[in-house]
Write a protein that binds this ligand. Sequence first.
Ligand SMILES: Cc1cc2nc3c(=O)[nH]c(=O)nc-3n(C[C@H](O)[C@H](O)[C@H](O)COP(=O)(O)OP(=O)(O)OC[C@H]3O[C@@H](n4cnc5c(N)ncnc54)[C@H](O)[C@@H]3O)c2cc1C
Length: 352
Amino acid sequence: MTHPDREISKNVTVQQNVGLKPYNTLGIDAVANSFIEVTDQDTLGKLYKEGFFSDQKFPIILGGGSNVLLKGDPKSPVLKISIPGIRVTDESDHFVRIEAGAGVNWHELVTWAVERNFGGIENLALIPGTTGAAPIQNIGAYGVELSDTFESLRAFLPESGEFNTFYYTDCEFGYRDSIFKRELKGKAIITGIVLKLRKSPHRINDSYYALKNHFNEAGVSRPVIRDVYDAVVSIRRSKLPDPSVLGNAGSFFKNPVVDKSFFETLEKRYPEMPSFPAGDGLIKIPAGWLIEQAGWKGKRIGNVGTYRNQALVIVNHGDATGEEIFGHAIRIQKSVQQKFDIELVPEVNILE
Ligand SMILES: Cc1cc2nc3c(=O)[nH]c(=O)nc-3n(C[C@H](O)[C@H](O)[C@H](O)COP(=O)(O)OP(=O)(O)OC[C@H]3O[C@@H](n4cnc5c(N)ncnc54)[C@H](O)[C@@H]3O)c2cc1C
């Protein structure tokens, strides 16, 4: 049955039967029964007063949809967070604090910072999605994570109808992880974040091998933050599929972290296996390498495949459903488990 759209208050409308294809980078054609776009934080309070969260059936929160797999049509209402705005809240000679609305496009925030010579997030250029989702998995790339510059975030808690501020330690950041992926999963709607960036002197992080190679080849011996930004943009464009051309959600799985003794046993069988120290007697193994060794790189089954240049990226070749993509991920998971006795954990959030 089709229900008419319902106006909650000025500028807030619950839309019925909204196609989600434009709202997720995997390009899954799921349909939301109810869909609300939130452009200011007061709306969340209004929704609470309307009883929107009262039956404890919390909505699905969507930012840019670049880290989600919609397995089917969502059973819960979908709240798309589009709160705008970037501002400097205070500054000193060396540092600047900036506050950004959860709906600000992350790459636009990075560009805004680099244009003002504010350093610290240039290595995270071109990561798709919104600023509000960045703390959820503590986004990271090229040797830098969000947590390196993070100060606090503000979130609406639909259980109590209140706003709360979460500081660095409250967020329990880890590798592609935070409290918002665990205990507070679905229980905190992030409305804005505060970062502390450097005005000068900048700390250039070019330790990542791809960046080092890039600067060596370009003959850049003392890169500035704009050089790092340009290099990251250029490397990412050459390596990763553009979701507007080929649907994908970036790395589908996290890189597994195993203990040293298990790693050493495995290394005897696969001496060429790449690895990185992960602290505390732990070793990180690139999931892309494991998937490639299991024979999945570039492989296509029907509408779903694994990207030809990077086995860690699952791609939608056409009109794949969420179930088809999920099935592909399970097949990959099983074959890596069989070959290496390692369980791959999805980095992508599976939404049902
Ligand atoms: C081509 C490509 C490359 C990528 N490269 C990287 C990379 O290098 N490093 C990296 O870390 N990630 C990478 N990603 C993953 C993705 O870009 C990030 O995880 C990003 O932060 C997701 O933002 P989003 O707004 O699209 O979140 P969504 O996909 O919309 O949501 C992700 C999760 O966060 C929740 N969520 C979203 N917004 C909010 C909010 N305001 N409050 C509470 N919960 C919320 C959702 O419910 C969901 O569980 C890549 C993705 C793609 C497609």
